[in-house]
Design a protein around this ligand. Structure first.
Ligand code: SF4
Length: 399
């Protein structure tokens, strides 16, 4: 669902650079020279780009700096800002810079939003982030196409929580919220987001596997969410799921699709059951194929996540061969995504211990590049209707 442009205004900065201010029905965007600033309609910064530096700010108050170094091989400079002083300087610079750009704008509807941007100074943003942290448990990860979604948490944590490489939900016990508790959560989220909700057109049902909830309960969650949101501005529902808990039946999936479930994301990680054993992920991977077939039959699209580097050099060939075979058995098309996520072994993750036990050698960045190209080379989908294949770097996530 695209945004509607309401105003486009030419501006000239104090230092003589030409630019434009666009007020959309969901955001304010400012472009001057090579600089770009994007805000939600509450005045929260989302993207800040100046001096060849891109900062992405999440509702949690976190900032990530990103820069493309090369597209092929895929290399990005990524830095999570740790220093509050630096964050303060970025926000203050942005406001100062906008002051030199926006003085001549006198369209009432646009100046109203600009005033909100200036009201959201660094300290107000900190209070806002603090409020966010009280409403949400940490949003540990999302698929890359969901960073600008409205996240709701009907289900807390991961019902399995034992994959050796994953530490995303080790900080919480798994539980399913009652409808009343979820309603309270949605009401708080809606109140917190204010007009900022308009830029968030997809609803992501978190945490790791909202689909584990009973279908009727999921249906109720979606009803509750829709009660608080503008139906016309919502594009659909999205969620992570797994393939090794009891799968839903085709009728249940069709029911969820009719309610608005558009895509689910499944961590396949590897097609090799030997690699899955090292990842401590229940297999067999053939179950993932069966579940994906069911989703597609029900009209629900999928994002399949593959872990590049899993099993190290010792399982390189097996991982590539079997993963390609499994992906090729899935009826994926242009509405689906294959995400390639490079294995990042956290200090505290059990994968570190298991890789010692199995005598694994980690892949270098260049070996991972090669594994990506070896794997994609083996995929047999028919263009132009083949699934999107994209990298998924967990370090760039911010919400
Ligand atoms: S990878 Fe997925 S299923 Fe495994 S522990 Fe993490 S969230 Fe749970």
């Amino acid at each position: 669902m695209s945004s509607t442009l309401r105003y486009e205004i030419d501006v000239l900065s104090a230092d003589g650079l030409k630019g434009k201010v666009w007020l959309y029905d969901d955001s304010l965007r400012i472009h001057v020279g090579k600089e770009v600033y994007v805000f939600d309609l509450e005045g929260r910064p989302i993207f800040i780009y100046y001096n060849d530096r891109l900062f992405v700010r999440g509702l949690s108050g976190e900032f990530v700096e990103k820069k493309w170094l090369s597209v092929r091989p895929h290399r990005r400079f990524l830095r999570r800002l740790r220093d509050d002083e630096e964050k303060r300087r970025i926000v203050e610079y942005t406001h100062w810079r906008l002051g030199t750009i926006l003085n001549s704008v006198d369209e009432d509807e646009v100046t109203e939003v600009i005033d909100r941007v200036f009201d959201m100074n660094y300290w107000r943003l900190e209070v806002d982030a603090d409020r966010f942290r009280k409403i949400y448990l940490p949003i540990s990860i999302l698929p890359p196409d969901q960073y600008l979604s409205l996240v709701l948490q009907p289900v807390i944590g991961c019902p399995y929580n034992k994959c050796s490489f994953c530490t995303f939900y080790r900080d919480r016990r798994f539980r399913i919220r009652s409808v009343d508790e979820f309603r309270e959560h949605v009401a708080m989220v809606r109140d917190f987001m204010g007009r900022g909700v308009l830029i968030r057109k997809k609803v992501f049902l978190a945490d790791a596997n909202a689909l584990i909830a009973d279908t009727d309960l999921l249906y109720e969650y979606m009803d509750v969410a829709l009660e608080y949101l503008d139906h016309d501005s919502i594009e659909g529902f999205y969620a992570f799921t797994d393939y090794f808990h009891k799968p839903k039946g085709i009728d249940e999936l069709r029911k969820l699709r009719r309610k608005g479930l558009k895509r689910v994301y499944i961590g396949l990680e590897s097609g090799s059951d030997d690699v899955l054993k090292i990842l401590n992920k229940p297999g067999p991977s053939s179950k993932a194929v069966e579940y994906v077939k069911l989703f597609k039959k029900a009209g629900i699209n999928v994002g399949v996540i593959v872990l590049i580097g899993a099993g190290g050099r010792e399982y390189y060939d097996d991982h590539v061969q079997k993963t390609a075979e499994v992906l090729n058995m899935m009826p994926l098309d242009g509405r689906d995504i294959i995400y390639l996520s490079r294995l990042k072994v956290r200090e505290e993750s059990p994968y570190r211990y298991l890789s010692l036990k199995y005598g694994l050698t980690s892949l270098t960045m260049e070996e991972m590049d090669r594994q990506i190209s070896d794997l994609t080379w083996k995929l047999k989908f028919d263009p132009p209707n083949s699934p999107v294949v994209a990298e998924y770097d967990i370090d760039e996530f911010v919400y």
